[in-house]
Ligand binder design. Structure first.
Ligand code: SF4
Length: 331
């Protein structure tokens, strides 16, 4: 379908970015027909591709229109004029796009869950509300649309503290991330009532690993995501969201960093911030890494029913109220 000249040009375009994460030219040539076709279809169908920072580099630098964390991508989804949003990320994020912009067609290339989103049901939220009737309910964005619909406000890792502080109640049911609630508790005078959800990626890191990296790279700054355990956060130089970690890297005069989070973020630093060096280890999210270029092409060509996000109107209405409160309180 594409002539050699087009393939060569696309190979060069991909290689300028992907060589920084170890891709060879022949790897780029292999995926060039796919990225060319996806980018062509995207224009034909007036679609945009939003990709989370935990996606693979071929998606992030080959076809995505916007890269970011759940908050930034949600805002893009809310404001876009495109007819179709392809959300290259896990299912709850695509649901969030549908809630914020329900008239658009929202596609998710592969049906991928999340251990946090799967850790709590609406039934559990109702039980918590009954047990703590005076508490406000703040749920992390890593929850299903049904759970968001049961809460007062949504938050992200970047704005969680601000939302908690600005809620009128003194007690806050903060769900579903057990570690994030424990990490935030010392930072607020409000009482946080947590849940038992955990991110299977961030719970893998141990304080021992962080100490070993510090010993091996004494000049490195160690930045940890707030989904890590309090013991890991204790060993780190900074706790934050993926965006806050990238901002820290930008602002810091330091050259070496360990990012205690999913490997996609380290890839972003390698590609986008050539003067900075990533050391130590990272972890792969099996849900995020489920999505491949061929899935994006398939859903753009002719989406299967499970790739199209549909939600009942009453859930959209209630969950939007919680998301709108987050947007208002985080200003
Ligand atoms: S990294 Fe953790 S929180 Fe994010 S999608 Fe994967 S399992 Fe869920």
């Amino acid at each position: 379908m594409f002539v050699p000249k087009q393939i060569n040009r696309e190979t060069e375009r991909l290689f300028t970015k992907l060589e920084r994460v170890g891709w060879g030219k022949s790897d780029c040539t292999l995926i060039a027909p796919l990225t060319l076709e996806i980018n062509l279809l995207k224009r034909k169908k007036n679609a945009i591709i939003l990709a989370h920072s935990y996606q693979t580099p071929d998606i992030m630098y080959g076809v995505a229109d916007f890269l970011g964390d759940s908050y930034a991508l949600s805002m893009r989804a809310r404001e876009t004029k495109a007819n179709t949003i392809v959300f290259s990320s896990v299912h709850f994020m695509a649901e969030t796009a549908k809630i914020l912009n329900p008239k658009k067609t929202v596609l998710v290339p592969a049906v991928a869950g999340c251990s946090l989103a799967e850790s709590i049901t609406t039934y559990d939220v109702r039980g918590l509300k009954k047990a703590y009737p005076n508490a406000g309910v703040v749920c992390y964005i890593n929850t299903t649309a049904n759970v968001k619909a049961e809460c007062d406000a949504v938050c992200t890792s970047g704005n969680a503290l601000k939302i908690i502080e600005r809620m009128p109640q003194k007690e806050i049911i903060f769900l579903p991330d057990e570690f994030m609630a424990k990490n935030l508790q010392p930072l607020t005078r409000k009482k946080l009532i947590g849940w038992k959800g955990r991110c299977i990626v961030h719970e893998e890191f141990s304080p021992k690993t962080v100490k070993e990296i510090r010993k091996e790279y004494p000049n490195a700054k160690i930045l940890a995501h707030s989904e890590c355990s309090p013991a890991v956060i204790h060993e780190a130089d900074m706790m934050g969201s993926t965006k806050q970690m990238l901002d820290y890297v930008d602002a810091s005069k330091n050259e070496e960093f360990m990012l205690v989070t999913e490997c996609g973020l380290s890839d972003r630093v390698r590609v986008e911030k050539p003067g900075k060096k990533i050391v130590g280890s990272c972890a792969l999210c099996p849900y995020m890494k489920k999505i491949m270029l061929k899935d994006i092409l398939e859903c753009l060509k002719s989406p299967r029913p499970e790739q199209i996000i549909t939600l009942p109107n009453d859930i959209i209405k209630k969950a939007k109220k919680s998301l709108d409160l987050m947007i208002k309180l985080s200003k």
